[in-house]
Design a protein around this ligand. Structure first.
Ligand code: ATP
Ligand code: MG
Length: 497
């Protein structure tokens, strides 16, 4: 099939940002009726390459051919008119508008000079229905879960007549069922003749979908070829350029005294009577399907949501946690799953973002001890292998996975007694994931109590000393490390105990 003219052909495309050469003379082809998986570590240049194809970023040099014709893609609008669509890593919907308004933004159907709302919602619903997405066209984006928002974004992208669709980590917040819907769509589009480029850090997905695989490292294209010529191990090795130590599970640590205890927490319909205890030095994994109420529990413990009922004890004393400030004062930290909404200061430096919680501690008479701040932040960013040209770099210029690491660094800087991590390795590459797991274990060994929410069962099993499974607002199983298996967790999560 590779004898046909490629749908997309990149020739020696390069892009340099201040301090980083993000893409180095990349030549790559994508074909109609094929799925090309693009893989590489955090910061390898995958999103930048896709932004070039989508007209968001202008290359410094090189050329782009579309169906054998050289094109200049100088804006996303131009990309769209060429039939190139991109589903971004970070959601780009407008929360105050409805699904339909977002879907047809800038191309609303009109009649007699007025927007034809009925027609807009009818067409939107048609797209959603065709894709098997059970969301109302009139729902407000802000009212949808992240996963639902992602599906809307995908639906919007698919509502254009696309010749080439690039998906940048589309499944990072989808449930298994939603992922299946997406896979079905992607395969359907492939059959219809679309060329697809699929970016993911998940090897199972890559091998389930890809016809071809391209590996990037440090801005360069290392190799590209038929998927059948690769194995997951080989791909990982090519990505990181070194052999990776498997994150071996360690013997369970002896757990310390209880530090945080919650009894019968209730909040609306999301949390319906949850009791749990976290001990010093213990890693508790929280499994469950998206929507089971895990994030809600985290938010209650952190004072981000209001309790209807229930009590929380901290270090043996009843406490009332009415706001995140209260939680932080007690020594409770929360790394939330939604990195955009959780207050990365995008235009500020890595130093200020990672050190945000330290400013007060390192200030005297209004002056910040800049050296101490730099020192502490750089220790953490080194430990987490944050890839940035300097600590002065604006956070918005970091790759997605590296932004996630900056958030983790910020919380670690505060040295909380209890750290809650909600999907901590989402969007993080395989190498960095192993680093974060090792770090979580190290923190627990130093006495921190950790509650880790994750939808990835291998992650839960690799890291947790004890596992809680939630379903429909309740804890449906508590398993210790020895008795936990993927099957048992899944059964408790879907309710077939
Ligand atoms: N606008 C920008 N200004 C400066 N540097 C940038 C900009 N955009 C990206 N970079 C840098 O270019 C490099 C490649 O980033 P890119 O986002 O393409 O990585 P990625 O492969 O998509 O990583 P991830 O898996 O974490 O999403 C990184 O070092 C990043 O910090
Ligand atoms: Mg990216």
């Amino acid at each position: 099939m590779t004898s046909a003219t490629p749908r997309l052909k990149l020739i020696n495309v390069s892009k340099t940002f201040p301090g980083v050469q993000a893409v180095k003379s990349v030549s790559l082809e994508a074909y109609s009726q094929q799925i090309l998986a693009l893989v590489g570590e955090n910061g390898a240049g995958k999103s930048t390459l896709m932004n070039i194809i989508n007209g968001v970023v202008q290359p410094d040099s090189g050329s782009i051919m579309l169906d054998g014709v050289e094109v200049r893609i100088d804006s996303p609008r131009r990309a769209q008119s060429l039939g190139i669509t991109m589903i971004h890593q970070e959601l780009a919907l407008i929360p105050e508008l409805t699904v339909g308004q977002n879907m047809f933004l800038g191309r609303e159907p009109s009649r007699g000079g007025w927007i034809d709302w009925n027609e807009l919602y009818r067409q939107t619903q048609q797209v959603l229905d065709r894709l098997g997405i059970a969301i109302s066209a009139r729902a407000k984006i802000a009212e949808l879960s992240i996963a639902e928002q992602q599906l809307v974004e995908i639906a919007r992208a698919l509502s254009y007549q696309a010749r080439l669709i690039a998906l940048d980590e589309p499944t990072s917040s989808l449930t298994d069922r939603e992922t299946e819907i997406l896979f079905r769509l992607v395969r359907q589009l492939r059959a219809e003749g679309v060329a697809l480029i699929y970016i993911s850090h998940r090897m199972e997905e890559i091998f389930a979908l890809a016809d071809r695989i391209a590996v990037m490292r440090d801005g360069e294209l290392i190799t590209a070829g038929p998927a059948s010529e690769f194995t997951p191990q080989r791909v990982v090795q090519l990505m990181v350029g070194r052999e990776l130590q498997p994150s071996a599970s360690q013997p369970a640590q002896p757990r310390g005294e209880p530090i945080l205890r919650a009894t019968n927490l209730v909040a609306g319909k999301a949390v319906r009577g949850v009791s749990l205890t976290l001990h010093r030095g213990e890693i508790v994994g929280m499994a469950g399907l998206v929507g089971a109420g895990r994030t809600n529990v985290a938010r209650l413990l952190f004072g981000a949501d209001r309790l209807d009922q229930g009590e929380i004890w901290f270090e043996g004393k009843p406490v009332s946690i009415r706001s995140p400030r209260d939680a932080i004062r007690l020594g409770i930290g929360l790394v939330t799953e939604d990195r955009k909404a959780q207050g990365l200061f995008l235009k500020q430096s890595v130093r200020n973002n990672a050190g945000a919680g330290l400013l007060e501690r390192l200030s005297r008479f209004g002056f910040v001890n800049f050296r101490a701040l730099t020192q502490q932040v750089s220790d953490l960013t080194t430990r987490l292998r944050v890839r940035t040209p300097s600590l002065n770099q604006q956070v918005r210029n970091l790759s997605g996975g590296n932004q996630q690491k900056v958030i983790i660094a910020r919380w670690l800087a505060l040295q909380p007694k209890v750290l809650i991590l909600d999907e901590p390795t989402r969007g993080v590459d395989v190498g960095a994931k192993a680093d974060i797991h090792a770090l979580i274990r190290e923190l627990a060994a130093q006495g921190m109590a950790i509650l880790m929410i994750s939808s990835e069962l291998p992650e839960i099993l690799a890291v947790s000393d004890r596992i809680l499974v939630m379903r429909e607002g309740r804890i449906t199983a508590e398993l210790n490390r020895a008795e936990a298996t993927q099957d048992r967790i899944m059964q408790a999560a879907v309710g077939q105990e």
